[in-house]
Design a protein around this ligand. Sequence first.
Ligand code: GTP
Ligand code: MG
Length: 231
Amino acid sequence: QIVERHAIAGPDGAARGAGTTAAVPAPFHEATDELTRFMMVYKFGLAEIRTKIDILAEELAHRGTGNPIEHVNPRLKSAASIAAKARRIECPLTFDDLRARIRDIAGIRIVCSFVSDVYTVADMLTRQPDVNPVQTKDYIAKPKDNGYRSLHLIVEIPVFLSDQVVAVPVEVQLRTVAMDFWASLEHKIYYKHNPDIPPALRDELAAAAEDAARLDKRMERLHQEIHGPRR
Ligand code: GTP
Ligand code: MG
C-alpha cells in the first residue's frame, strides 16, 4: 500500500496525519481498503443516475417542448461528513450500519425550470424499471416550517460489479431555480449552523420562500400562456 506509507509533509516539513509512519496499525490498512470499496459503490451509483439524467435532458431538449432541466449537481459525501452524520444520528461506525442508515452518501440535485417539470422529471426517472424508488419526501406539497421546498427521493439503482450486483441508494433532490436560489442562500444564512437566529428573521426567511413560490407560479403561468402546457 504505497499511498498509505507515503509521508505527507505539513507546512513545517514534518510528516503528519494518519498513516504517515511505518507504525501504522493493521486495522487502519484494512479499514482504508474497505473504505475505498465502500465509497466506490456510491460513486458508481451516482454515475448511473447521472447518465440517466443526462440522457433525459438531452433527449427532452430535442423534443421541441424545451428542456425542463436547468442544471444537475452530483455530490458524494466525504468520509468526514459520513462520520459526522453517523455521530449526529448515533449510528455505529461499521460499514453495515452506515450502509443501512445513511442513505444520502450519493446525492444528486436536479434543478428544473418550473414546478410541473420537477414532477415530470421525477416520474420519468422513477418509471424506469431499474430505478427503484424507496422514499419520497415532498417538501413542495408540504414545505418545511422554515419555508424550504424541494422534492426529495431516495432511489436504489443496480450497480454491476465483477462478482455481484449491488442496489445503491441515491438521494435525488428536485427543485426549481427559485427554490434553489432560496435554499442556497438560506443554507449560508441559517441552515443547521445558527440555531440562535431571532424569530423575526426566521419569519422573514420563510416569507422570502413564499415570495419565491409566488414567482414560480407566475413564471409557470407566463410560460403556459405563451407556449401552452408542456407535453
Ligand atoms: P440530512 O441528515 O441533512 O440529510 O436530513 P434528513 O435526513 O432529515 O433529510 P431531508 O430530506 O430533510 O434533508 C436532506 C437534505 O435536503 C439536506 O441534507 C439538505 O441538502 C436539504 N435540506 C433539507 N432541509 C433544508 C433546509 O431547511 N434548508 C436547506 N438549505 N436545505 C435543506
Ligand atoms: Mg443529507
